[in-house]
Write a protein that binds this ligand. Structure first.
Ligand SMILES: *[C@@H]1O[C@H](CO)[C@@H](O)[C@H](O)[C@H]1NC(C)=O
Ligand SMILES: *[C@@H]1O[C@H](CO)[C@@H](O)[C@H](O)[C@H]1NC(C)=O
Ligand SMILES: *[C@@H]1O[C@H](CO)[C@@H](O)[C@H](O)[C@H]1NC(C)=O
Length: 475
């Protein structure tokens, strides 16, 4: 990281490097050049090819498939063969150099750890390569508040405040009365999950495809931070902390301290087509229906967009926390602001005001965000510290899983496979607006009293209202 200080040296180095390969320098990201100012320095890099994934995905979108798993197989298989054919020459170059690499099919990229500037220049010189950049390390959306870890104490029969506010239990009763028996699988990319926690142990999908840890390849769900146990507890924990405990869950450990680009993309691939915990026996039919993401960095960055595009092709619903950089305008983070569309979620308090930290739109290119909001201040959920320990936390990280749970309820209530647009529409149409407290704020001429707006989006989600609308519309 000391390399940040060496900008002026970089300029010198680049301007005095002998000619011949000059044309490849523009393909090397400025950040990477800054990090590799000395011959012996190395960096973890991503090689992006001129051939994207868009044409492959367009072909898939135009097709219809006899089953969900047939579609998932096609998404995986066609992207893998696309990556193999477009990466071939570059992989041969790395093999000649004896340098390790990982091929990433979901974005058609190569991950090359510990690359020197010499190697980076060779990679950039290939006509197939669009650019070479340094691996990003993305922060979790750290909770702005982590309260004391404690035993449960008195269990509220109606659930925690957020569960009550969004009428999750009313929606679950309605779902039961429909007599439908659709099994929904939810997932998160987070710090992991304490799989033995009393609120989460019974609905972990323990068929060998319920856990993946790109950092340590651990065999069973674990969480050394607490963030991921908490968010999964809110999606589907039992005992009144979770929105939809009837869902099964699976989880990928994208974050360990920070979240590396390699781990996040490995998780994105695993979500689209899961393997067993040791990375073998790929089975795309095990993909979840919903993926909840409570991580992100500053806005306007698009490095995760292709992964989101693949999730859409696979008909997996992506949700992201909007960020904890509010409440000034233009503070929505990435990938919450992705041009490829995700359901981004802002945070509300027990009084239905905007949480003081909740990030606000518009995006850098003027789109309205967040899409909806949900309870995120002082949310009690499962703790990683013990199987019967609980902890309050605050953040848009806590709001996103509430909404992921509602999305799962809607999917369970639908007779047919539901499209992303329909899920978002139902969340928006069912959201509460009248009870929300205006902060007297506004952005780009839209106040927070009219809906949708850049503070609350379409409003605070309401599972019962949205499910009721779904049922009425399908009658
Ligand atoms: C729902 O389906 C599962 C299998 O998918 C089955 O084990 C269970 O008995 C079913 N429940 C009802 C109420 O039909
Ligand atoms: C991976 O795990 C599965 C299930 O435990 C096992 O059957 C398989 O042999 C393992 N493969 C390797 C290469 O370790
Ligand atoms: C926020 O972003 C919008 C849309 O890009 C832009 O019009 C506006 O000037 C920005 N406002 C601030 C305070 O940066």
């Amino acid at each position: 990281m000391a390399s940040f200080l060496l900008t002026s040296v970089t300029v010198l180095l680049l301007s005095t490097t002998p000619g011949g390969r000059g044309s490849s320098y523009h393909k090397i990201s400025p950040q990477l050049s800054k990090s590799l100012t000395k011959q012996e320095y190395t960096a973890n890099v991503f090689v992006t090819f001129s051939q994207g994934t868009e044409s492959v995905l367009a072909t898939i979108s135009a097709k219809s498939f006899p089953s969900r798993s047939a579609r998932l197989d096609q998404v995986h298989d066609s992207l893998v063969s696309h990556a193999a054919s477009t990466q071939d020459d570059t992989i041969q170059l790395l093999a000649q150099e004896g340098h390790p690499y990982k091929s990433i099919w979901i974005t058609n990229q190569l991950y090359v750890p510990d690359a020197t500037m010499d190697l980076v220049i060779k990679l950039a010189s290939s006509p197939d390569v669009a650019y070479v950049s340094q691996e990003e390390v993305i922060p979790l959306h750290q909770p702005v508040y982590r309260g004391p870890v404690r035993k449960r104490g008195k269990v509220r029969p109606s659930g925690e405040w957020g569960i009550m506010k969004i009428k999750a239990n009313e929606a679950r009763s309605l779902l039961k009365s429909l007599g439908q028996n659709v099994s929904i699988v939810v997932s998160s990319i987070d710090t992991g999950v304490r799989g033995t926690h009393e609120a989460l142990s019974s609905n972990w999908r323990d068929d060998g495809y319920g856990w993946y840890d790109p950092y340590d390849k651990s065999a069973l769900p674990r969480d050394k931070d607490g963030h991921g146990t908490h968010t999964m507890g809110t999606i589907c924990g039992s005992g009144g902390i979770g929105v939809y405990p009837e869902a099964k869950w699976m989880a990928c450990r994208g974050c360990k301290g920070g979240c590396t680009q390699f781990a996040l993309l490995s998780c994105a691939q695993w979500i689209a087509c899961p393997t067993m915990a040791n990375g073998t026996k790929r089975d795309c039919s095990k993909a979840p229906h919903v993926v909840s993401n409570s991580w992100g960095g500053g806005g306007g960055r698009n490095w995760f967009d292709r992964a989101i595009g693949v999730w859409h092709a696979a008909k997996i619903i992506p949700l992201f926390s909007n960020g904890n950089e509010g409440t000034a305008c233009n503070t929505t983070g990435s990938p919450a602001d992705s041009k490829n569309n995700v359901i981004s979620v802002g945070s509300t308090t027990v009084d239905d005001a905007l949480s003081f930290f909740s990030s606000v739109g518009p995006t850098f290119d003027g789109r309205m965000k967040p899409d909806v909001s949900a309870p995120g201040s002082n949310v009690l959920s499962a703790s990683h510290k013990g199987d019967s320990e609980y902890q309050p936390m605050s953040g848009t990280s806590m709001a996103c899983p509430h909404t992921a749970g509602v999305a799962a309820i809607l999917l369970a209530g639908s007779k047919q496979e539901m499209e992303y647009d329909r899920v978002l529409q139902l969340l928006a149409d069912g959201a509460d607006t009248k009870s929300l407290l205006s902060g007297g704020r506004g952005c780009v001429g839209v106040t927070d009293k009219v809906f949708p707006n850049h503070q609350f989006g379409h409003g605070r989600v309401n599972a019962f209202n949205s499910l009721t609308k779904l049922i009425k519309e399908s009658e």
